[in-house]
Design a protein. Sequence first.
Lengths: 516, 516
Amino acid sequence: MTTSTASINPRMRTTAYEALLKRLNKIADLQSVQNLLQWDQDICLPDGASQARSIQIGTIAEMQHDLSSSNTTRLLIEAAEAELQAEGFDNDSDEVAMLNAARRDYQSKVCLPTELVSRFGTLVAEAQEVWQQARESSNFALFQPYLTELVELSRQKGRYLGFAEHPYDALLDEYEPGMTADELRSIFAPLKQRLLDLRGTFSTAAKIDDSFLRLNYSTEKQFEFCKRLLESMGVANDYSRFDSHTSAFTTSIANCFDVRLTGRIVPDYLNMAIFSTIHEGGHALFDRGINPAYARTPLAEIHSMGLHESQSRLWENLIGRSLQFWTYHYPILQATFPDQLGKVTLEDFYRAINKVQNSQIRLEADEISYSLHIILRFELELALIEGSLTVADLPAAWNQGFEELFGTRPENDSKGVLQDVHWAGGAFGYFPTYVLGNLISAQLLQQIKLDIPTLEQNISEGDFQPLRQWLSENVHRFGRKYQTKDLVMRITKSPIDADAFCTYLDEKFSRIYQVH
Amino acid sequence: MTTSTASINPRMRTTAYEALLKRLNKIADLQSVQNLLQWDQDICLPDGASQARSIQIGTIAEMQHDLSSSNTTRLLIEAAEAELQAEGFDNDSDEVAMLNAARRDYQSKVCLPTELVSRFGTLVAEAQEVWQQARESSNFALFQPYLTELVELSRQKGRYLGFAEHPYDALLDEYEPGMTADELRSIFAPLKQRLLDLRGTFSTAAKIDDSFLRLNYSTEKQFEFCKRLLESMGVANDYSRFDSHTSAFTTSIANCFDVRLTGRIVPDYLNMAIFSTIHEGGHALFDRGINPAYARTPLAEIHSMGLHESQSRLWENLIGRSLQFWTYHYPILQATFPDQLGKVTLEDFYRAINKVQNSQIRLEADEISYSLHIILRFELELALIEGSLTVADLPAAWNQGFEELFGTRPENDSKGVLQDVHWAGGAFGYFPTYVLGNLISAQLLQQIKLDIPTLEQNISEGDFQPLRQWLSENVHRFGRKYQTKDLVMRITKSPIDADAFCTYLDEKFSRIYQVH
């Protein structure tokens, strides 16, 4: 492993900057440890140890917080800034980007009292356990007190972090720096209308048969096939591991070196395993692709969840649900499940995995409905944080909002308000980044197709190397160096907007549904 | 989970003691985290992340060391001691035991410079990876530089820790407090002679056929059977997990709550999986059985490895290799492997698993030879630490010493000096505790049979509850409260000696070999 101090810039030999880096390395190690404690809790921890684990996470979070927010850290940042200025470092240099990231992290930490951070860490670990039970038994009441405290602590967090217009902005900024609720509203309002229109068009068109996706599929064989997909994408075992879990997620325990994925594998819906795995594979490639010289520093992170999500969604949908992708992989899948798929053609399979349908479950939604699911969550969490909606009223508000968008009500809370882990994880402001990811992924693909004219040919031959290299060079390696808006502008010469995404959906589904 | 502060003693409400406990809790959490980092490295970590992991372990070890050895900790210990004295606490109270443990830990930490601890932690993580490769390729040269540095750092450690007679005593004291090389020599010299005599007697007796233990056994089915054994012993899933690994070990990530075992399962030697699992199960029951009021304190540990090992060996050998144990379990094993064992009688199986034979491998040794394997290691590590043997000369010394005891030389270093992980883990002074475990286990069993007259009957019916309860009440629950010597005296009214063990071996093997 290359350590950061030496490799970032050989001419950089000033004391304060180096001392700062050493401190940032320690802070990053404590983050790695928390990531492991969390991953282990999800994958390995015996049931009886969950309370002990919450306490351990609380302890490490508190130590990290103390270190990040200490006066010494502030003084080191100030001294290092003065050094860089005196030496005339370029604003585009890694060193200046490092300082900016360090300052941002310091400021976000210093606003928060240690007790709040510790309580939040402990609560989240407990709440996630309870949420699992609540979801299994569709019992919102079980989860309600935890969510109530999480909302309250998040509102407190928002006030400590500070905001110009809306308390939600402060929370959103953690996941999508520089973005605001107002900006999201101005992107989401027209997007919502265009998506409803698109869905209307295609859902009244000729019906697509996807019943063969809902036969009984061996979970062991699905797991093996998903491992094959990851291999094909280039997610290699030497830095990753893959497990089956009740929800799909990627935990980057140490960026560049230790990235762990799960796929959600269910016996009766083949899409779940396949697309959750490809999705997480896209995240994993990003975490792995960050410049190793940034390891153990704030630059070895991601600038925004929207940008990260653009990678998982690019792989999951724009690549993973393309005809070219399955031209290569479908024969392998067919050979794995000859009883279920032996008589299904590639074209039928392709149409089935792209079927437009109303699902109550976000993770089962088609590409058009998906963003509508998110817009519902965005509106609800915004209301929770501004205090215009109470947690007690949340299930009813969910059901009503869902009906307005989809014309039906969820069967129960397990398939409604309890379906996602995010709020149990205290992650308010996270959901909208999924939509931003959709928008950015389509903007990037437009550019990739210009830069790699053979892209579709390559993919249909199972050759993902040119795509992976493009993503690595243009996106992954920068880690957290650039603002997402700036990076999108740098690559596509355009701000983030919904045009590319809506055009992509329109063209793809017009062809699939033969509607013009 | 009961936290310690409130539950230890309701009348204890003094400030310094409580502040000290809070600090000890934090130190214990950092130990839990290191245990997890290590366990994860063994079981889950992707290959490419091992260097990153070494650095993480080094960071946490350093933070823990700084906290443990800080002046504040010393001042809190002193203030708490003054408080307890003023309030007239009994020497047998938990509070006084807690203070003694805290002081001992502080003193052992304060002797060691932070850099040494950090370097040691990093080196051990690297050395274990390299040792695995070296063992696989029987290439001692690969491992030699790491072992050389480990010996050198251990000698340094010994000097910092301080000793009266022998630098080895300082290292031994970490695993077996109060024990010295001289005491061990005085126990081991006659033991060695008695074991050589016993082995001579039984190895020239009629040969026992154990070839059926070396047929091909499905590792999956072995794993399932081992899980069944753990269940039977009462090692429950709600606080433990069980994995298959290239070496068997127990990692107690958080005593009382999170104890993880591995079994070593090989396809061509059935004993390996069964007895490594029962052995680790014995360790797990101890870690689980510690009084939960001690959680996150120095009392939630074990006083000595010899005492801990007495539990694993009691289960593995005195219980797990008894006729009663297999009266209950052999029909289950036979049903699992009808092709291999269908025609083998219980009596033949019992004799086979107790066959006296010269193995080059410690983990395959019979109960008589086992302690001889350890005595060899003890003599060699003693010589390494006192500097009368160099690491470069170690393989030759191993082979010569082995020949003196067993009459043959190891086939290669992989089956000789490279077979054990301990030295790669920097654990000099650990091996002799295995022999102490053997001796104590036999002393305890003598007493258990007096206290539970129905013991053999219970075991042959698969009822381990009375045994488990006896161990829990007399041994486990005390954690680290008592000195091992004192606990053995308290239970058996006798000091630690080899009589019970040699008598047990003589009686058991005389019956098996029908020699009188």
